[in-house]
Design a protein around this ligand. Structure first.
Ligand code: TXA
Ligand code: MG
Length: 340
């Protein structure tokens, strides 16, 4: 088993060194990795994923020293947050250094950096010894992968090599935090919600005596890659926020609303069964927000393969509170329709 594991890591290194892409496990979701110093490899990430070039990639590192080579400004806040939350599901968006090819950042002057908390990811990063750009290992706009088999089936046509590191324990993508430390008071903005909550970041910085402000005012240009839809399964997914509604009424409303939806929104195809929908698979998630996040993408994939025409998830008062917000961000974007 140990030899098998070492062989897989060596094979990954050899593919990466030859400008190929590799599926690799992290604690959040599986990534599709390429060396940041090989433009041909970085381009291969976009073509393999069918991802538009305007959506920037996150760069993964195994050490603080490596992280610092990627940014032109590593301040006190970055030092403190990396010390507290790395390795872990927090991406810091910082001013990029010249070591980062603008293709990775979609032309932005910032770069997203993260140290994943997964021994296999860290071993691969250490072996290759060059930071790895890695978006989630799914086709653009589709459901993210949390098992090696998800990546293999997503890229079966492209024959992508995947290092199996077991199931992802967090299950949804990292918190993306924009850090601006150039003014008097550092300004922070959550660009994507994840397992590490704003309240945790804020409480930690306060306890460390580091002044900061959180702001939602982010220039759209500073945060591309935020589409209305994302993470979409292969059949329509319906988020139901009403409690007094029968399944027949839901299906009726879905058919009416689907009929008037465009075929594509912001380059993401909206799947509309030509016969309409007559049956639904109900998605069940744990009442524990941590377990629900861990199981979400896998459950969504399984529901999409159930043979029913669509998937329905009921939002209830149980799902209130900031611990549920990262998951409901994904649920809302994965939904073709919200009934409220
Ligand atoms: O947990 C994760 O973050 C996973 C694993 C594989 O590490 N990666 C991931 O990558 O979710 P991806 O490409 O699916 O999502 C990255 C998102 C982009 O869509 C964008 O919203 C944001 O992170 N991002 C990356 N670099 C940025 C930058 N320089 N400025 C603003 N947003 C950025
Ligand atoms: Mg993604």
């Amino acid at each position: 088993m140990v030899t098998e594991h070492m062989e897989a890591i060596q094979k990954a290194k050899s593919i990466l060194d030859q400008a190929g892409v590799v599926g690799f496990p992290t604690e959040t979701v599986y990534g599709l990795a390429a060396r940041i110093d090989l433009p041909e490899a970085v381009r291969r990430i976009f073509t393999t994923k069918e991802r538009p070039f305007f959506d920037p990639l996150i760069v993964h590192v195994y050490s603080l020293a490596q992280a610092k080579t990627l940014t032109s400004h590593w301040g006190k806040i970055s030092e403190a947050l990396a010390g507290k939350f790395w390795p872990g599901p927090l991406t810091l968006v910082l001013p990029r250094s010249e070591n980062v090819n603008p293709m990775i950042t979609s032309g932005l002057e910032s770069v997203g950096i993260r140290m994943p908390a997964h021994t296999v990811a860290l071993e691969i990063l250490r072996e290759v010894n060059v930071p790895l750009a890695a978006p989630s290992a799914n086709k653009f706009g589709k459901t993210s992968p949390t098992k090696a088999e998800h990546v293999r089936s997503e890229f079966s046509a492209e024959n992508v090599f995947v290092v199996d590191g077991g199931d992802c324990t967090v299950g949804i993508e990292s918190t993306v935090l924009l850090v601006k430390e150039n003014g008097m008071i550092p300004q922070l903005s959550i660009l994507r919600k994840g397992a590490i909550l704003q309240s945790e970041i804020s409480n930690f910085l306060n306890s460390a005596g580091l002044a900061h402000v959180f702001t939602d005012k982010v220039d759209k240009k500073e945060s591309p890659g935020h589409m209305k839809h994302h993470y979409m399964p292969a059949i329509p997914f319906i988020l139901v926020k009403k409690s007094d509604i029968t399944m027949d009424e839901i299906l009726h409303e879905v058919n009416q609303q689907l009929a008037v939806l465009p075929d594509e929104i912001e380059s993401i195809k909206i799947f509309k069964p030509s016969q309409g929908v007559k049956s639904a698979e109900v998605l069940n998630l744990s009442a524990d927000s941590v377990i629900a996040a861990r199981e979400f993408y896998h459950s969504l994939r399984r529901a999409a393969e159930s043979g029913q025409d669509c998937i329905v998830f009921y939002k209830t008062p149980l799902h209130e509170g900031d611990r549920w917000e990262p998951l409901f961000d994904r649920l809302t974007k994965a939904a073709s329709l919200v009934i409220e």
